[in-house]
Ligand binder design. Structure first.
Ligand SMILES: [Zn+2]
Length: 380
């Protein structure tokens, strides 16, 4: 066997020895594009330093109708992971994916995450058609209004990250657990989570019996409901209370918090309401003493205010997701719960009706954010 030349030895060593990582060049991150900032927030939480996340629509934009920009197609073209609801929430998604032409993130590919996968949908029509409205043909797609369902969303996103970047499986699984734990503590409060653990609480929420269970049991001589904390405790002030919503986007929140949605300004999702229908809703709000009207910030605020004023109700105008003024999903849910609780408490405390000048009751929710001089603006 001939002796290897010095040059050959260098080449062999270069192939065999692990090459030191060049200083300052980190491993490439997973490029994630999320349709909504709510999903983007979760992806960033789970992915940590291993992901670069860009979200397309924030909580001030109607997720059904996002105006396409050429830059979105470029983002998706270069994405490793694309996160969408996976239903007909993002009506603009098929055109975006077709334009981007990235086979790695098409539905069914490893790089496509359907956030709603595995979530039992509410309001599923008997037949999937456009007859009951232009949208929501598979069931209600606004899953992100329930922080409890976001644990399932986080699981779907973690699985997607593991599919495209299995090297960091441990990190993604650990962060998924952290995310679920944080939801549990913010939703139920520390005491209940320590007492029962998230799994039992999940089963009680799933069966719709959590609150009745806590109200019917005692522990060490005290009713268990006294141990409830977090968003659900804050939401007790509006549990079993009636509300009217603008669009059918609130059913998952209402189910979790036990609110009764008696009607919608927009009777069929995606179809503007007729004046006759609006008049009927106002009449019903007066007849049934419905005191709160919930509307996303992207609907016609003039109409929302007018309906609320005529019905003698408080308009609660809210962003539907993470946005510059409400920069984390935790802040978003804090904002929803506090705005609605404020609206009911404002009514209970006998404030004058909406529309009278300078009355903060008429500015619950987003209007308060936009009017920071009001004392009871959002906290940290
Ligand atoms: Zn909708």
């Amino acid at each position: 066997m001939r002796r290897r030349s010095w040059f050959e030895m260098v080449v062999i060593l270069a192939l065999v020895l692990p090459s030191p990582a060049p200083r300052g060049t980190a491993q490439p991150r997973v490029r994630v594009v999320a349709t909504l900032t709510n999903y983007g927030f979760v992806a960033q939480f789970i992915g940590g330093p291993h992901v670069d996340v860009v979200s397309i629509a924030d909580g001030t934009e109607d997720p059904h109708f996002v105006k396409p920009k050429p830059s979105y197609a470029v983002l998706v073209q270069n994405a490793d992971l694309f996160i969408s609801t996976g239903l007909d929430l993002e009506l603009w998604e098929p055109a975006l994916l077709a334009k981007a032409g990235n086979a790695r993130v098409m539905p069914g590919s490893p790089g496509y995450v359907a956030a709603a996968a595995g979530i039992p949908l509410l309001e599923v029509p008997a037949t999937a058609s456009r007859a009951e409205g232009d949208i929501h043909i598979y069931g209600n797609p606004h899953i992100y209004t329930s922080p409890w369902l976001m644990k399932r969303v986080a699981t779907n996103i973690a699985q997607g990250l593991i599919r495209v970047d299995s090297a960091h499986r441990d990190v993604y699984e650990r962060n998924l657990q952290r995310f679920k734990d944080e939801v549990d503590r913010r939703l139920f409060g520390d005491a209940l989570v320590q007492m029962f653990g998230g799994d039992l609480l999940d089963r009680l929420v799933e069966s719709g019996q959590l609150i009745s269970f806590l109200q019917s049991k005692t522990y060490q001589g005290r009713p268990l409901i006294d141990r409830l904390g977090g968003w659900l405790k804050a939401g007790l002030v509006f549990r079993d209370r009636k509300v009217v919503c603008y669009h059918k986007d609130w059913v998952y929140f209402a189910t979790l918090f036990g609110q009764q949605i008696v009607d919608y300004i927009e009777p069929k999702p995606g179809i503007p309401p007729s004046p006759q229908h609006v008049a009927q809703v106002i009449e019903r709000m007066q007849r049934e003493n419905v005191r709160v009207l919930i509307a996303a910030v992207y609907f016609d605020q003039g109409k929302v205010r007018t309906v609320a004023e005529r019905a003698g109700a408080v308009p609660v105008v809210i962003p539907m997701g993470v946005t510059a003024q409400v920069p984390t999903y935790w802040d978003v849910v804090d904002f929803w719960v506090r705005s609605i609780a404020d609206a009911f408490q404002a009514r209970a405390s006998g404030h004058p009706a909406v529309g009278e000048s300078g009355n903060p009751v008429g500015r619950v929710g987003w209007m308060t954010v936009l009017a920071p001089e009001v004392d009871d603006g959002p906290g940290p």
